[in-house]
Ligand binder design. Structure first.
Ligand SMILES: Cc1cc2nc3c(=O)[nH]c(=O)nc-3n(C[C@H](O)[C@H](O)[C@H](O)COP(=O)(O)OP(=O)(O)OC[C@H]3O[C@@H](n4cnc5c(N)ncnc54)[C@H](O)[C@@H]3O)c2cc1C
Length: 608
């Protein structure tokens, strides 16, 4: 998100918004129904956790408890309505409301660092852009973990398994807008193309034609070969015009009603507790938690495994609280070290994001929906009654992925951080409004840049600073701290400036929204200064519980996602990825969780 939008809580005008606590149904509405023991306990009902909950309970004999710290997602319009996604987080009741430490790469500024605090986790508050990354990203995961199971070839079926590609909300003919052969149609995560046309669509496509040498078309960026430009796909269920979070998809009513799945909301896990050892290797099958923030500490036990899916910030926090992490640092805090694993919370990797925007000569942009409460209420009514109109669209209508040439001077003194020759360095996406705080007047076009390949030293961390498991963690996002980061993002800015100079925009773009915004004649130094002052995060946080080969001392989990040096614990969420992929992270998280469920099922077959 642009940094300006992160500093203020945006006022949202909503006709109605409901915030449920414990819901009825198989979601437990009383602790009396909670058992002392389950086969599996899943910590975190977020993007990955709900996939695992769904898949493990396909076998009715398997009893699963899902503990989620946040509340129900049901009836929250900011979550359900795709257009309102930027109002679901940050700094809302559905956000953990974290803030980073001052970021040296961003002129020393701290930035908000949202994570979903609600059933569905971050899939309930994200911007829904659906991209998988490149084939080379997954082949690199396979290489560095020593497990071919993480290769593109093996993960491609899991992308398809998780996905339900749906027609767009307006039912328009999508021939030529995507490649059906690379999509799944029977999964739980709905994906669709934009469901309402916008005033910029024709101009954007014309601009691509006019600049064809540089901006090549790509029918579908989710084939493993993302380079090029095309229509943006989002995690939106087209026919209902609704966000497809993991709660809406993987925990649809029929799944929530499974009697072998218990879901406890408002249940925050503090620690994993040791339950014995096998040949000196500690076993952790007990989970400590509290309900409703104030409640007493309780425990519950798993007979098979505890699966930690609390996300890239909270998963390492829970491990550190439990005495699993850098032994010296834990001891200095007064926490007994149970497993010395110094990479817990380290290696945080994220995508920097910068927004460029222009005043435009049109009153058909979406800006007015954010600033005018009457218009917003009317559009919500349209959405509620027809599931059509502007509010079925997410943030991006058009998207593209670009690779900087291998002979660029950027790579003369530093290694090229890309995962492979067909993998992009940056992404560009186009929005029909100002992505950020909406000013009182004006109509806008935004074209945003995401640096997809942060360099190897651009790594942050998650640390704890007290023995109180419920204190907020200390987060360093490490944004723009590698030598290659700003030069590569500068290339993205130059690319956007060329795109915005295409004749197609000549009677549309009036001038820059921000006077300090670079122009086509800006020097490198001017662009770099703009980037340091105006870059935020795309919130694609990974790496804090990284996979590494079995037996390797670095890393946090083995390639089968089992916690190293322990028995009984697996980690299944975005934190296990050792590098951030060259794309947004929710689609990879769904695919990882699908594979994890198969790994867990297979291990259980062997052990029984
Ligand atoms: C604002 C925003 C916009 C984004 N936009 C996009 C996008 O457009 N496209 C995209 O692909 N990706 C996007 N992302 C990133 C993507 O959504 C995440 O990478 C992905 O959803 C992470 O999934 P996860 O399972 O690792 O964690 P989460 O989905 O965050 O799940 C973790 C769950 O665990 C729960 N939890 C945490 N701690 C505890 C505890 N102690 N006890 C019990 N429960 C706990 C949380 O409440 C949460 O429900 C965005 C992220 C943000 C924040």
């Amino acid at each position: 998100m642009p940094r300006s939008s992160l500093k203020t809580v945006t006022t949202v005008f909503l006709a109605s918004s409901v915030y449920f606590g414990l819901a009825q149904g198989i979601i437990l509405n009383s602790l009396d129904s909670l058992k002392a023991n389950y086969d599996y306990i899943i910590v975190g009902g977020g993007t990955a956790g709900n996939v695992v909950a769904n898949r493990l309970t396909e076998d009715h004999a398997v009893k699963v408890l899902l503990l989620e710290a946040g509340a129900s997602d049901t009836g929250v319009l900011e979550i359900e309505i795709p257009f309102l996604c930027t109002r679901a987080a940050p700094q809302t009741p559905w956000d953990w409301n974290y803030t980073t430490v001052p970021q040296p790469g961003l002129n020393g500024v701290s930035i908000p660092y949202p994570r979903g605090y609600v059933l569905g986790g971050t899939s309930s508050v994200n911007c829904m852009v659906y991209t998988r990354g490149s084939k080379a990203d997954f082949d690199r995961y396979a290489r560095v973990t020593g497990d071919k199971g993480w290769s593109w070839q093996n993960m491609f079926p899991y992308f398809k398994k998780s996905e339900k590609f749906t027609p767009p909300s307006d039912g328009h003919n999508t021939t030529g807008e995507f490649n059906p052969s690379v999509h799944g149609f029977d999964g739980f995560h709905s994906v669709s193309l934009p469901g309402a046309p916008t005033v910029i669509d024709n101009r954007f496509n014309l601009a691509l034609e006019q600049l064809h040498g540089e901006f090549i078309p790509n029918l579908d960026d989710n084939s493993g070969s993302p380079l090029g430009f095309g229509w943006s796909q989002s995690g939106i269920d087209g026919p209902s015009g609704t966000r497809s979070s993991s709660a809406a998809g993987y925990l649809a009513t029929s799944i929530r009603n499974r009697s072998n799945l218990h879901i406890l909301l408002n249940a925050q896990v503090s620690r994993l507790l040791p339950t014995g050892n096998e040949k000196g290797v500690p076993i952790f099958r007990k989970v400590e938690f509290r309900v409703d923030r104030e409640g007493p500490l309780r425990t519950v036990t798993a007979s098979r495994e505890v699966i930690v899916s609390a996300g890239s910030i909270n998963t390492p926090q829970i491990l550190l609280n439990s005495g699993i992490g850098n032994a010296g640092r834990l001891k200095s805090l007064g926490i007994p070290s149970l497993i010395d694993l110094s990479d817990v919370g380290e290696n945080l990797s994220d995508h920097p994001l910068t927004v460029l925007a222009w005043f435009v000569n049109s009153n058909e942009t979406y800006d007015a929906y954010y600033r005018n409460s009457t218009l917003q209420a009317e559009e919500i009514q349209t959405w509620e009654s027809t599931r059509e109109g502007a509010f079925v669209n997410g943030i991006a209508q058009h998207i593209g992925f670009v690779r900087v040439p291998d002979n660029s001077s950027i790579f003369h003194s530093s290694p090229n951080p890309s995962s492979g020759p067909n993998s992009p360095h940056f992404e560009i996406f186009v929005s029909n409004y100002l992505l950020g705080n909406t000013p009182p007047t004006g109509n806008f076009l935004s074209i945003s840049a995401i640096l997809l390949t942060p360099g190897s030293s651009a790594r942050g961390s998650v640390k704890i600073n007290s023995t109180n498991s419920f204190d907020v963690p200390i987060i360093d996002a490490g944004l723009l701290t590698d030598k290659t980061d700003v030069p590569l993002l500068r290339e993205a800015v130059r690319s956007i400036l060329r795109l915005s100079s295409a004749p197609a925009w000549s009677d549309y773009i009036i001038g820059p929204a921000n006077l300090s915004q670079p122009t086509i004649t800006s020097s490198d130094a001017e662009i770099d200064a703009f980037l340091r002052a105006n870059t935020g995060s795309a919130y694609h946080v990974v790496g804090t519980s990284s996979m590494s080969p079995k037996g390797m001392k670095t890393g946090v989990v083995d390639p089968d996602l089992r916690l190293k040096k322990a028995i009984g614990v697996r980690i299944v969420d975005a934190s296990v990825l050792p590098f951030v992929p060259a794309g947004h992270t929710q689609a990879p998280t769904y695919a990882i969780a699908e594979r994890a469920a198969d790994l867990i099922k297979a291990a259980n077959l062997v052990s029984s």
